[in-house]
Ligand binder design. Sequence first.
Ligand SMILES: Cc1ncc(COP(=O)(O)O)c(C=O)c1O
Length: 307
Amino acid sequence: MSPRPSRPPVLDLIGRTALVPLHFLDHGVTIYAKAEFLNPSGSIKDRLALTIIEDAEQRNLLRPDSVILECTSGNTGIALAMVGAAKRYRVHILMSEGASVERRHLLRQLGAEVQLFAAANGYATGIDLSRKMAAEDARYFLPNQFENPLNALDHEQHTGREILAQMEGRVDAFVAGYGTGGTLTGCGRALRAALPNVRVFAMEPAEAAMLSGEMPCCHSIEGVAGGYVPPLLRQAKLDGAIKVSSADAIAMTRRLSREFGLLVGTSSGANVIAALRTAVTMGPASRVVTILCDRAERYYSTKLFGN
Ligand SMILES: Cc1ncc(COP(=O)(O)O)c(C=O)c1O
């Protein structure tokens, strides 16, 4: 392998994403969407991957023979694999067999090893497995996206502040789904620190509305609500949760492609529906921000593309 570059240039493409206004003339409102799919590996998770790996480097937790090991629904794995490839670290990903096959292909294309676990018990199975593997082999480094405070902190210091600057300090509500809860907790904190009256809402699948006190069940909004209320989200101050069905999420994701030219994944459609409902309730002049989390290309084999 060639020598490790100090700061590979691809990593400078992470963050500072555009924020696009989406005019819904049929509802008389505009939604402001942070285009996180523009990050180099195609999702919001590039931010977390870079921050956690560079923090580990600074704390001498990564050595040339280290293996970055993470349990992920896919996007964090792809992001870690991309940053790992650029920085020449080995990456080993534990992924639910329910995650789309395209994600496996992308991980392998980036040189990562992929290990699948049964989807039935949600993320907890994979998290337990990663802990067991790390306890048995000191070469494994666990980014631990579900508990690592850097996850929410990075969104507070970067994503959230970018939103504030791009919206010129005028935001009435922020709406986002949760996987680890990092985005919602971190952006929510940054917005609340600047705007005491801002409202922060979680989007959750109607079929797995755990914040609303319901049992998790099967849904098709990949990347969110993995059968688990994540620890980072327990610290978040929320004004409520908005339930979106998988069918509505898919319909809106298709609409975003066909009417707005945005090739994004299903959680982006779900976020936009939740933001749209919020904006309709708050009125035509409201400024509601949400996240377009990832690209459509990783969903070819899912219901989004009619399979
Ligand atoms: C497609 C997609 N949407 C939304 C999220 C939620 O992000 P967070 O983990 O910051 O809660 C994720 C997380 O993996 C994701 O992959």
